[in-house]
Ligand binder design. Structure first.
Ligand code: NAD
Length: 479
């Protein structure tokens, strides 16, 4: 990997504008690497390289051959597991064991999509006599991928992995705050034998390289993961060229705990769903809705668990790492100061470890109780380790609260009542519902995406391949 360079056409290329910027280690707030500051000219080059690959060596491969190359990439990622984990931990601040899990998930994405590449096909359709009609699933062509900083490896893997398996050539604009692992994997892809231009990475700021990619007339599809505001901008830019967009925009995901639930099973899942990645997870379980009869006892147990949490630098492998940046830290502080101003009670808070440098971006996990449903802490994505607890009266009340935000990404339901599990799962407006678990351990195989302001389109699983293809209908009249 060469820092401060883009990866275009299987070569490391200096930024067209000659500018670079610093990469900050969130654990100590200090710069430790540099990235190329991409602009429209770099994006032009990357899109042209991708088009050449699509029209040339990459596009000429059979689905089985694409799958074989992706499998070789999966093996290389697996062989570099620890190196990638260390890089991701330093770059994002996430605890080492989380970064290791992310590196394993990245290899698994390439493995899964390697196996899926030659299992994607069209159908033969019954039609009038004298015709044979069939559909062909074709790649879009050149796909753009705008990736956030919270899970650089995983989100890159799920998005580019599926797009490549379907036969597209990719241009990826990872986040300016964290993307060293993505550059490293691009190098591994070339070593694995991906033809030049099949996978291109242009680093840089969103309003420069990101916007240049979203509005580029040479791309055929764009996949975006990040904030709703930027998602709207990306959609508007892509609309200029009528380019289809897949959006994954985060959430305010509820965990609904009924009084009959197994609290011993629920408790660790409630904590990890908001503490994982310091709450900077699109599917973070950031609201806990508790049936009133169980509210105080469960809140007591949650408070004890939160008080025991330790926040520290990534290499110390703490319960919770720092936030990604000073900007993100300020955003979380603004939410917490609103809570204080509006007299929302703090039920518990974890502690920052003594070895955490003062210059790092730390925020102790915080449990807030009795958050009013209309308050921004109950409705907006904090993207930090802040859990809002709300009581509910009955099933209808729980569903009104759960569905009562602009978002609809993930929901957790904790109850032993089987009929209630099914009723509630059906009535939740959410892209995923987990019953008596939260997240099912990641689930590369499980389609993922939102409704409402959480976005549209599905990533992960086989379903993602449909989004990265277009259907062509062929009708033959033979009499
Ligand atoms: P963002 O949405 O602005 O950034 C995500 C990606 O979009 C980055 O690669 C960025 O460079 C790119 N981008 C930014 N502006 C762009 C533009 N005008 N055109 C094209 N691409 C652009 O998010 P952020 O500023 O890093 O974080 C702000 C908030 O967004 C966070 O506090 C959090 O609430 C939310 N967020 C959500 C997710 C998620 O996974 N759902 C990820 C990151 C951030």
């Amino acid at each position: 990997m060469e820092e401060a360079k883009h990866f275009i056409g299987n070569e490391w290329s200096a930024p067209a504008g000659g500018d670079t910027f610093a990469v900050i280690d969130p654990s100590d707030g200090q710069p430790f690497a540099r990235l190329a500051r991409g602009n429209a000219a770099d994006i032009d080059q990357a899109v042209a390289a991708a088009r050449r690959a699509f029209d040339g060596a990459w596009g000429a491969l059979s689905a089985a051959e694409r799958g074989r190359l992706l499998y070789r990439l999966a093996l290389r990622v697996g062989a570099c597991h620890e190196e990638l984990a260390q890089l991701e931990a330093r770059d994002t601040g996430k605890p080492l064991r989380q970064a290791r899990a992310d590196a394993a998930a990245l290899a698994r994405y390439f493995e899964f999509y390697a196996g899926a590449a030659d299992k994607l096909h069209g159908e033969t359709l019954p039609y009038q006599s004298g015709y044979t009609v069939f559909t062909i699933r074709e790649p879009h062509g050149v796909t753009g991928h705008i990736v956030p900083w919270n899970y650089p490896m995983q989100i890159f893997g799920r998005s580019a992995g599926a797009a490549l398996a379907a036969g597209n050539a990719c241009v990826v604009k990872p986040a300016e705050d964290a993307c060293l692992s993505v550059l490293r994997v691009a190098g591994l892809a070339a070593e694995a034998g991906l033809p030049a231009g099949a996978l291109n990475i242009v680093t840089g700021y969103g309003h420069e390289a990101g916007a240049a990619l979203a509005r580029h007339p040479g791309i055929d599809h764009i996949s975006f993961t990040g904030s709703p505001e930027t998602g709207k901008l990306v959609t508007q830019m892509a609309a200029e060229n009528h380019v289809p967009v897949t959006l994954e925009l985060g959430g305010k995901s509820p965990q609904i705990v009924f009084a009959d639930a197994d609290f011993d099973a629920a408790l660790p899942a409630l904590v990890s769903a908001i503490v994982q990645n310091a709450g900077q997870t699109c599917s973070a379980g950031s609201r806990v809705l508790i049936e009133r009869a169980a509210y105080e006892p469960l809140l007591d147990r949650l408070a004890s668990a939160f008080s025991a949490l330790r926040v520290g630098p990534s290499h110390a492998d703490p319960d919770c790492g720092p936030l990604i940046s000073a900007k993100q830290q300020q955003r979380v502080w603004d939410f917490l100061s609103d809570a204080q101003h509006d007299n929302i009670a703090m039920a518990a808070q974890g502690q920052v470890m003594p070895e955490a440098p003062e210059s790092g971006f730390y925020q102790a996990p915080t449990l807030l109780r009795d958050v009013p449903p209309g308050h921004r802490l109950a409705r907006e994505e904090v993207f930090g380790p802040v859990l809002a607890a709300l009581p509910f009266a009955d099933e209808d009340d729980a569903l009104t609260l759960a569905n009562g935000t602009p978002y609809g990404l993930v929901a957790g339901v904790w109850t032993r009542d089987g009929a209630r599990q099914l009723r509630v799962a059906r009535r939740l407006r959410s892209g995923q519902v987990f019953i008596n678990n939260y997240g099912a351990g990641g689930g590369v195989e499980l389609p993922f995406g939102g409704v409402k302001h959480s976005g549209h389109g599905r990533e992960k699983g086989f379903e993602a391949l449909y989004g990265f293809t277009v259907l062509k209908t062929v009708a033959i009249r033979h009499g």
